[in-house]
Design a protein around this ligand. Structure first.
Ligand code: FAD
Length: 568
């Protein structure tokens, strides 16, 4: 009998430890195993990926590749620069592949892509093995156990989890890997991939970088930022399984922190170190297994002598939120990431609805409320120039570093939507999509819906004050001074409301509060005045939310779909 020849397709699992899919590949005892990453044009050209997330991905690929080489000097991660839909048929043939193995991905885009790859494999007589490993529970199984409903609460996840059974213990990393087979396929001679979905500009860009499917040195190495045309990354957060496992060990070595962690008590103003684990980017890229995280924490909790915290506020409870959003996305599919067509998302007639949502464009939506200021507010929010130091510091941290604390995300998301600007959550989610190193569609859109009170949470009358909230954990405004250094000399009394300081004091502290932008005025730095009166805007938003709630439309209601909601 001929031995299997397998391709292992790395995607959401850039690790060797605890990979059920990799184990399944090795259980086949293949004659050869090709570890590959396909350079998906969706990721490269369509999804908005900022330089810091790119760096994190390249770190993960480089680390994984060297870990593979450590256990088999003849092997490494082969980064192949072509879309999977066009690449696989060629690989199946050239490498005489019998099996394709990968980790299950229930992201709406990934599902479409994977369906077409499975179809191609079937046509080529290649057997496909898909294993869950990205979440604690298989999102489809979660949905199955909630009566085929999207998971919209932690209690639903907990109840479904009980029915599914105990979360499996992690699988150790393999000690060896089979050799890859013969790589002789003339990648240089291949035509650039033609992706009908790419527009002309993107296609030209795509063609340029696909000159060699094996990369400029024909060695299948991960690209560099320079090669991709990016400036150097600005984030201190670096990727790779090695870093992730070290971080997890360091966290769990502090038994009290691990066992008594309570999310609401962690400070969003803490930096160096942050108050939470900052493991989210590793979970996103799979450089850390979520089950490894779960069990390492649970083992500490089980042995802890004092009173341990419990889900949902505990560390393991945090992972349930992640599973909850994956479950919601698994059921709602593409509709989950937007309002239009989403049965579980309340329709709110925001200022500046998302202009890039293809569905809303197709439906011809033009529900932009006439508020010329909204676009300006959006830009000032995005680039940290609102004049509210807490909001600006957070948005600058996001842009520079690609990560902000969960409650910081709460603050800026509430401020942009129902608690200040009344701007569509989809606009905010797009900014997060570009700048977060941990961007995960399910978690991002789910949390934006939560914060904008369009789904998951409905207490719209509870808003975060950009002044009172940060004072709870940082009276002196150390966090603000770190990210808005122009305010470094302002005393506690004015750090969250610098516009209230007398002009003479502003001069003495070296920064004038005026206008709508940051900069310099002679010998002084300039920080903007607040872009609106917060209490007034909070009230305006509350009244508008109240009205929208009383109308009670959702994204899939006919009046929303056909744009006639205004006539109600
Ligand atoms: P910890 O507190 O250490 O938690 C451990 C892990 O649990 C996290 O790494 C994360 O995987 C998971 N987790 C914790 N809280 C949540 C949550 N509310 N939702 C989902 N998973 C959670 N998280 C993302 O992973 N990707 C995103 O794109 C994302 N976008 C967000 C957008 C908004 C508007 C908000 C309010 C939250 C968003 N979150 C997102 C959730 C959360 O803020 C981050 O997961 C968390 O801050 C990551 O930091 P940490 O690893 O230190 O978390």
């Amino acid at each position: 009998m001929t031995k299997p020849r397998a391709i292992y397709w790395f995607r959401t699992d850039l690790r060797l430890h605890d990979s059920p899919a990799l184990k399944a590949a090795l259980d086949l005892k293949p004659e050869c195993l090709y570890p590959i990453w396909t350079w998906d044009p969706h990721y490269v050209y369509r999804a908005k990926v900022g330089v810091n997330r790119w760096q994190f991905l390249l770190d993960c690929q480089t680390d994984l590749s060297s870990s593979i080489t450590k256990i088999n000097p003849k092997s490494k991660l082969h980064v192949i620069r072509e879309a999977p839909q066009t690449l696989f048929p060629k690989l199946f043939k050239a490498w005489r592949i019998s099996h394709l193995i990968f980790e299950k991905d229930t992201d709406a885009y990934a599902r479409d892509r994977d369906e077409s790859v499975v179809e191609l494999a079937r046509n080529a007589g290649v057997q496909v093995i898909i294993k869950t490993g990205r979440t604690l529970y298989d999102p489809d199984e979660l949905v199955e156990h909630t009566g085929r409903k999207p998971t919209m609460s932690i209690s639903q996840v907990q109840a479904a989890g009980k029915k599914i059974g105990e979360i499996p213990r992690p699988i150790p990393a393999p000690k060896s890997l089979p050799d890859p087979g013969d790589m002789s396929i003339d990648f240089e001679q291949e035509h650039p991939p033609t992706d009908p979905d790419l527009n002309a500009h993107d296609r030209t860009e795509s063609d340029k970088s696909y000159k060699s499917l094996a990369g400029p040195n024909s060695d299948f190495a991960p690209p560099t930022l320079e090669e991709l045309g990016f400036p150097p990354a600005t984030s201190p957060h670096r990727g790779g399984e090695t870093v992730a496992l070290e971080m997890l060990s360091s966290i769990t070595s502090d038994k009290t922190y691990t066992a008594t962690f309570e999310k609401p008590k962690t400070a969003p103003t803490a930096f160096e170190p942050a108050a939470t684990t900052v493991l989210s980017p590793h979970l996103h890229f799979g450089s850390l297994s979520v089950r490894e995280f779960f069990w390492r924490v649970q083992d500490v909790v089980d042995k802890y002598k004092g009173k341990a915290s419990e889900p949902p506020t505990s560390l393991t409870g945090q992972l349930l939120f992640r599973d909850m959003y994956f479950g919601a996305q698994a059921h709602l599919g593409h509709a989950f990431a937007q309002t239009i067509g989403n049965s579980h998302c309340r329709f709110i007639p925001w200022h500046l609805p998302s202009v890039v949502s293809p569905t809303s464009m197709r439906a011809g939506h033009d529900y932009q409320i006439d508020d010329p200021q909204a676009e300006e507010w959006f830009q000032r929010w995005k680039f940290g120039r609102t004049g509210f130091p807490w909001i600006d510091a957070l948005m600058r941290q996001l842009r520079q570093e690609g990560w902000i604390h969960h409650l910081g995300r709460h603050a800026v998301a509430c401020f942009l939507t129902r608690g200040g600007c009344y701007i569509d959550w989809e606009r905010g989610a797009e900014v997060f999509e570009e700048w977060l190193v941990d961007h995960e569609t399910a978690c991002n859109v789910g949390n934006w819906q939560w914060l904008s009170c369009t789904a998951f949470y409905s207490q719209f009358y509870r808003c975060y004050s950009p002044i009172a909230f940060p004072k709870k954990t940082d009276k002196e405004g150390q966090f603000v001074k770190r990210y808005c250094p122009e305010l470094e000399n302002f005393p506690d009394k004015y750090i969250y409301e610098p516009w209230r300081a007398p002009i003479a004091d502003q001069k003495a502290w070296g920064c004038l509060i005026k206008g709508d932008t940051c900069g310099e005025d002679g010998e002084y730095k300039v920080y903007p005045k607040p872009m609106f009166d917060f209490p007034t805007r909070r009230e305006v938003c509350k009244q508008a939310m109240k009205k929208a709630y009383s109308v009670g439309l959702h994204g899939n209601d006919q009046q929303v779909l056909d744009g006639t909601w205004r006539k109600l």
